[in-house]
Design a binder for this molecule. Structure first.
Ligand SMILES: NC(=O)c1ccc[n+]([C@@H]2O[C@H](COP(=O)([O-])OP(=O)(O)OC[C@H]3O[C@@H](n4cnc5c(N)ncnc54)[C@H](OP(=O)(O)O)[C@@H]3O)[C@@H](O)[C@H]2O)c1
Length: 228
């Protein structure tokens, strides 16, 4: 049985990862502000706001997955300094706080790994994404830096998704016409489902990916690399 720590397993991509890991018989520790709907004897929930609360002690950890993020899309003239600070706090400093708190225990884990989330908007410039792309570029830098620092013991990777159907993207995917329009801009003509991203996440924290570290993996229907 593996021990998986998910920050943000109550909803969205983190919740898909959590459900799969429980199905595999692994133990999951979920830290989020609200409890998730899933009930399982292998699931322990901790009520935590990563930006405010102290983190609980967890002795045995094999993987840490940090899911909290943000989509604050505004023209640069409307983006306030506080928007940049808030995006940096939730995306970067929350991840740093998590790693610092659990690293010593994680190092003792079985094939230990850390997984972060970026966005396609770091590689592919997109209007109105200045604040979130600055914060997520920080996450990508953190991924590579920690992967170097923690090798050969702990693998560190990051997934950069395109828009994915979760609560976070609800305001953007607010009707079918908008959704079709956004999908049509992708080479594969599809946006992502949470499961598309969790499939990659589950691979990256498994022993099947034990030669992969320091990577930013794009799960984005071809958005970041293709122009067709
Ligand atoms: N969805 C997209 O279109 C998309 C695109 C590109 C990148 N991403 C990135 O992918 C990651 C996952 O996104 P998602 O769409 O699954 O997001 P989501 O549906 O909003 O879920 C975020 C999870 O993080 C938790 N969380 C948020 N703030 C928290 C806080 N302060 N303290 C503790 N937990 C917190 C939430 O739980 P509670 O609310 O219960 O605390 C929830 O479980 C994010 O980093 C996001 O930036 C998403």
């Amino acid at each position: 049985m593996r021990n998986i720590l998910i920050i943000g397993g109550s909803r969205g991509i983190g919740n898909e990862i959590l459900k799969y890991q429980l199905e595999q018989g692994n133990k999951c520790h979920n830290l989020s502000r609200t409890e998730c709907q899933v009930k399982d004897s292998n699931l322990i929930h901790y009520n935590v706001d990563i930006t405010k609360n102290e983190l609980p002690s967890i002795d045995t950890i094999d993987s840490v997955i940090y899911c909290p993020g943000s989509i604050v899309l505004k023209p640069i003239l409307q983006l306030r300094e506080e928007d940049f600070i808030s995006d940096f706090n939730i995306n970067v400093l929350g991840a740093v706080k998590t790693v610092k708190h659990y690293l010593n225990n994680l190092k003792k884990g079985d094939n230990p790994s850390i997984l972060f989330f970026s966005t396609v908007a770091v590689t592919q410039g997109m209007p109105f994404h200045a604040s979130v792309s600055v914060a997520k570029a920080g996450v990508e830098g953190l991924t590579k830096s920690l992967a170097a620092e923690l090798a050969p013991n702990v693998r560190v990777n990051c997934i950069a998704p395109t828009i994915t159907r979760t609560d976070m993207a609800q305001k953007i995917l607010r009707n079918e016409r908008i959704e079709e329009n956004i999908a049509s801009k992708h080479p594969l003509k599809q946006i992502c489902e949470a499961e598309d991203i969790s499939n990659m996440a589950n691979f990256l924290i498994s022993t099947k990916s034990n030669k992969i570290t320091g990577q930013i993996i794009h799960v984005d229907s071809g958005m970041s690399t293709l122009k067709i």
